[in-house]
Write a protein that binds this ligand. Structure first.
Ligand code: G6P
Length: 613
């Protein structure tokens, strides 16, 4: 997704912009650019398609004149207009003095552009964003300060965005604004910074502040001030940031993905830390929902996207089993466009690693509009979802950089299962000793994940043996089904090979027609209660020539009869197994992708944080 960076008041401005853009690369982008500004001069460099990397932008910037102390930079993920240099940000107004960068979509750009063109403005790109440059230009021509010119333009644009603007006729000022897309401001002595997220400016700023929706900030070397859409001053909330730069880097690993896969035991431990009081009560410090309200919940609806949706599916099994509450799981982008029923006692849980996925935020808003209480399960502290929900449970998995989510997933499952146990306590649907036993079991999962991680070499051997295969079905039953979905998602995201997740019982209703020699079926076969059924499913696909890879527990001595390859995992309680069983599947996807030479951290066409619909 697009990334924004800005700096005012530093002799190192260009370097700060380029370094910051590099740290925003993980968000996904297909073009990049910077604009430097000083009295009477706006200097711009942009790169796109094929060459779109911050490294090539650095080359372009080698010819930048000396002496700029302010500027803005952008990585673009194309929405309107092809990923070409003319569409790369920053965009200029007709005078060439105003430069803007924009993340999100201006929904009414069509009519606005027509009006602006009728008034004589010339457009040079095929983007929705460029209207902002011309709207601001008009405000400046009317004598407005840059802050008010940006504010005036926000009154006419519809959509979701974060934007920043500079003007060579008002140098040493950046004006930025946010409506839905994330934006943070950082301050240090003599310089002020702006970014889509904290890591981009982590080593430059001392203090960080979150910009809220429809707030406009004017940054100068001496600091910043903010106003709302009416021009009334507002205070930005300071963020408590405890990351160091090391955390945001690869920590000696080849890439972020394997680093984050290996961090899963820690992520689980941290997520479960301090969640049990001495009297055995499960507690979430951040959760601001009264016990009575949780106890009286009649129905739970979970909304989420991508990997978070798979964590939600696992949670359904736990909530139903332990808390005896009816659970519906919905894809965020579907929920908001239906007519979802919210009755008294409906609790909506919105799950998101980033807390910025637009579909999940909008689903949450729709649920709130209909009167639901919304609990966010988010990884990024102070993210939009976390701020807007009635209550929040943080997954505490730490910064996740790789586009394909791994450690955030296991942390989400753990946090949601903990919530299920809390509901079971409040509703008295499980005897206290059982809750206690499950809590102990949940705490033990981290060690089992470590053991599964220790078997990486075995997984790599299986991946090596299957090199060349390009059709994969992942099947499972019960919680093995969401595990199959997540295994297939991980696999397709980073290998670019065809992979589908299926409930094993559905094979005979369609996919069996596709099974033939060369097809690989990956089965999650760790549930003892459903083991026989899974063995029958595997016999069926084997009889039709498929190669079978089974995720099976250490003590399973029947699986050899049907599996060509076995990925062994330590056994655990079925409801905890998704956190353990996903490990060999992550490692399998990773090994296959590396074998194919893929960029595992930044798979093509995908973004870490999806802030457009
Ligand atoms: C993108 C990411 C996925 C993620 C999904 C939902 O597609 O590439 O890794 O699962 O968004 O993101 P969220 O931040 O809401 O969990």
């Amino acid at each position: 997704m697009c990334g924004i960076i800005g700096v005012v008041g530093s002799a190192d401005a260009l370097k700060i912009l380029l370094d910051g853009l590099e740290r925003l690369e993980y968000r996904g982008y297909d073009s990049a650019g910077v604009a430097l500004v000083r009295a009477g001069e706006t200097w711009r460099a942009r790169t796109a398609t094929g060459t779109a990397s911050v490294a090539s932008l650095r080359d372009e910037c080698a010819s930048a004149p000396e002496g700029f102390v302010s500027g803005i930079g952008h990585t673009r993920w194309a929405t309107h207009g092809a990923p070409e240099t003319v569409n790369a940000h920053p965009h200029l107004d007709c005078s060439g003095h105003v430069a803007i960068i924009h993340n999100g979509i201006v929904e009414n750009h069509g009519p606005l552009q027509a009006e602006l063109e009728a008034r004589g403005h010339r457009f040079t790109s095929v983007t929705d964003s460029e209207v902002l440059a011309h709207l601001i230009e008009e405000g400046r021509a009317d004598g407005l300060e840059l802050l008010d010119a940006v504010r005036a333009s926000l009154l006419v644009v519809r959509g979701a965005f974060a934007l920043a603007a500079v003007d060579a006729t008002e140098p040493n000022v950046i004006v930025a604004a946010r409506r839905i897309s994330p934006l943070v401001v950082g301050t240090a002595k003599g310089a002020t910074f702006l970014a889509s997220d904290v890591p981009a400016i982590l080593d430059r700023a001392d203090s960080f502040y979150a910009v809220n929706d429809d707030e406009i900030v004017r940054l100068g070397p001496e600091g910043f001030r903010a106003v709302d859409l009416d021009g009334v001053p507002v205070r930005l909330r300071q963020l408590a940031i405890d990351w160091d730069l090391e955390t945001a880097q690869k920590g000696g690993h080849d890439d972020y993905m394997i680093k984050e896969i290996n961090e899963q035991p820690d992520a689980l431990r941290t997520t479960l830390l301090d969640r049990r009081r001495d009297d055995g009560t499960i507690t979430f410090d951040e959760l601001r929902v009264a016990d009575e309200e949780l106890r009286d919940v009649r129905r739970v609806v979970i909304v989420a996207a991508g990997t978070s949706h798979h964590a939600a599916l696992v949670a359904k099994y736990a909530l139903e089993r332990w808390a005896h509450v009816s659970v519906e799981v919905d894809i965020s982008s579907e929920y908001r466009y239906r007519d979802p029923v919210v009755e008294v006692g409906t609790l909506v849980i919105a799950v998101s690693q980033s807390g910025e996925t637009i579909d999940t935020i909008q689903a949450m808003r729709e649920a709130k509009r209909r009167g639901a209480r919304v609990v966010a399960v988010a990884n990024v502290v102070d993210s939009s979802l976390a701020r807007e929900a009635d209550a929040v449970i943080y997954t505490r998995a730490g910064l996740e950089v790789s586009v394909a989510s791994t450690k955030a997933y296991v942390a989400q499952v753990a946090a949601l299962e903990l919530l299920a146990l809390r509901l079971a306590q409040l509703r008295a649907t499980l005897p206290a000793p059982d809750v206690e036993a499950h809590l102990l079991g949940l705490r033990a999962v981290g060690a089992l994940v470590s053991r599964a991680l220790g078997r990486r070499a075995g997984v790599e051997a299986v991946a090596g043996a299957l090199a060349g295969a390009h059709d994969f079905f992942f099947i499972g039953r019960h919680v093995g089904y969401p595990t199959a979905l997540e295994g297939a998602l991980k696999f397709k995201e980073i290998t670019y090979l065809h992979a589908e997740g299926y409930p094993a019982g559905e094979l005979k209703h369609g996919p069996l027609a596709l099974i033939e020699p060369g097809v690989v079926v990956v089965a999650i076969a760790t549930d003892p209660a459903l083991h026989e059924k899974m063995l029958s499913n595997l016999s069926e696909v084997k009889a039709r020539g498929a190669s079978v890879v089974a995720v099976a527990t250490d003590d399973d001595d029947q699986i050899d009869a049907v599996a060509d390859f076995i990925l062994r995992v330590p056994a655990t309680e079925p409801l905890f197994s998704p956190m353990v069983d996903i490990v060999p599947l992550q490692l399998f996807a990773y090994a296959m992708a590396r074998g194919l030479g893929r960029n595992v951290d930044r798979p093509r066409n995908l973004a870490k944080t999806v802030t457009v619909e």
